[in-house]
Design a protein around this ligand. Structure first.
Ligand SMILES: [Zn+2]
Ligand SMILES: [Zn+2]
Ligand SMILES: [Zn+2]
Length: 124
């Protein structure tokens, strides 16, 4: 059940974890949307508002709002946009939620809790 992911701008085949399109003529910024579970381009729709002061992005495929997954925001290996705008914001994207579930909240979990603590401090 492996799926081929493509850059929505140029249809170039890209890795699920790609942050930038590998097509030298395109080079669009890419992210993995937790809403439509696909690689997408995105637009910034809000800067640093809300409880955690993270930027908000709109997925160009499903036009729903997400924000950078906590792993990504903390500099980890992730390109996911976490869901937001539902009943509550999810700090992690769909990929990382799965990963944390698999590892049973061990190493990754504690790393993320540390990152979370850092993000709770007010930004200047
Ligand atoms: Zn592209
Ligand atoms: Zn989407
Ligand atoms: Zn993530």
């Amino acid at each position: 059940m492996s799926k081929t992911y493509r850059c929505p701008a140029c249809q170039n085949e890209v890795d699920r974890g790609a942050i930038v399109c590998s097509n030298p003529a395109c080079r669009k910024e890419l992210a993995f949307c937790s809403h439509c579970r696909d690689i997408t381009t995105y637009a910034v729709v809000g800067r640093g508002v809300g409880r955690f002061g993270r930027d908000r992005f709109r997925c160009d495929r499903c036009e729903r709002i997400g924000q950078k997954c906590l792993t990504w925001a903390a500099g980890g290996y992730c390109n996911g946009l976490a869901r937001t705008g539902d009943r509550w914001d999810q700090p992690l994207c769909a990929n990382c939620n799965e990963r944390v579930g698999e590892l049973g909240r061990t190493v990754v979990g504690w790393t993320l809790i540390g990152a979370f603590g850092g993000l709770l401090k007010p930004r200047k």
